[in-house]
Write a protein that binds this ligand. Structure first.
Ligand SMILES: [Zn+2]
Length: 298
């Protein structure tokens, strides 16, 4: 898939260099190197400067604070620079002279794709460390290892390795003939409709999850399910797996109450602007645009 067709936050722009994570000599050298870059994450936000905004990647000199080296997370090689992320707990935003911190949902709309990918990676891992202080088996303290890509329980009798979580969620554009199925949740801005989505449950395939979620939320039965693309959605740890699926029934009932409305829409209705479509950076929007374009090319 061409880079310009990539979902926002996706793209293998960081060479993760997994073999370096346990190479202590290489890491020690990289941490002191002028070549290395450091990505601060403060309150789930990333540092940017300029117009249009660009990510601020700190040099070792700019790091300018006591960061415990065990708290630095090796992300990989980004544009030939070893790149590390770290969380900052300060009450007020640090590095005020270098830029401003912003949330990723905004940064996804303005950063170039490679920096959006780096920021999402950094935010996801910093957030995971903050949420995984203790071992999830014995409750003892767990500490980072493998340059911040795993945590290890400090209880010698346990020693559990805890890996970063990614939570798979399906998101699906359901269509039948010249209409597609969109719904809205009560908490969304007025008039906004989007594709059906939900987390994959244990013991389900992705296709099973698609069929269950669509049925639970709208009562519509789905036949053929085709994979489209995926999007890292680190709020805090989702991976959105996008599908296009064909409905075999059309009667709508809001079975589980998750949606307050769901309707079948024609392409003309969606293009008329009478309904607000999903945000541009979301895979939901990409699925809707994909389906609209299928009609135009038909
Ligand atoms: Zn443990």
């Amino acid at each position: 898939m061409a880079a310009e067709n990539q979902n926002v936050f996706a793209g293998a722009f960081v060479d993760r260099s997994g073999e370096r994570r346990k190479d202590d000599d290489w890491l020690a050298e990289a941490l002191q190197s002028d070549d290395s870059r450091f990505v601060p994450v403060w309150r789930k936000q990333c540092l940017v400067a300029g117009d249009p905004p660009a990510a601020v990647l700190l040099t070792r000199q700019q790091l300018d604070r006591s960061v415990d080296e065990h708290e630095l997370i090796f992300l990989g090689i980004f544009k030939e620079h070893p790149a590390f992320a770290f969380g900052v707990d300060d009450d007020s935003p640090p590095y005020e002279d270098l830029g401003d911190f912003h949330r990723l949902r905004y940064l996804g709309t303005v950063l170039p794709p490679d920096e959006a990918n780096l920021a999402a990676h950094a935010r996801a891992l910093v957030g995971w460390h903050a949420s995984q202080v203790y071992c999830n088996r014995c409750g003892s303290e767990a500490k980072p290892a493998a340059a911040g890509n795993v945590r290890i329980c400090m209880n010698a009798d346990c020693g559990r390795q805890i890996f970063p979580r990614v939570d798979p969620a399906i998101i699906v554009l359901v269509h039948k003939e010249d209409r597609c199925l969109l719904g809205r949740q009560a908490s969304w801005p007025e008039g906004r409709f989007s594709t059906i989505a939900g987390f994959v449950e244990p013991g389900e395939s992705l296709e099973d999850a698609v069929r269950r979620e669509v049925y639970e939320e709208t009562n519509v039965r789905v036949g053929n399910v085709v994979y489209h693309s995926s999007q890292p959605w680190p709020f805090p740890a989702s991976l959105m797996l996008g599908f296009v699926a064909e409905a075999t029934t059309t009667d709508i009932e809001l079975n589980d109450g998750e949606l307050e409305e769901a309707h079948w829409f024609t392409r003309d209705e969606l293009l008329s602007g009478s309904r607000k479509l999903p945000f541009h950076i979301s895979i939901a929007r990409r699925l809707v645009d994909h389906w609209i374009n299928l009609g135009e090319s038909a």
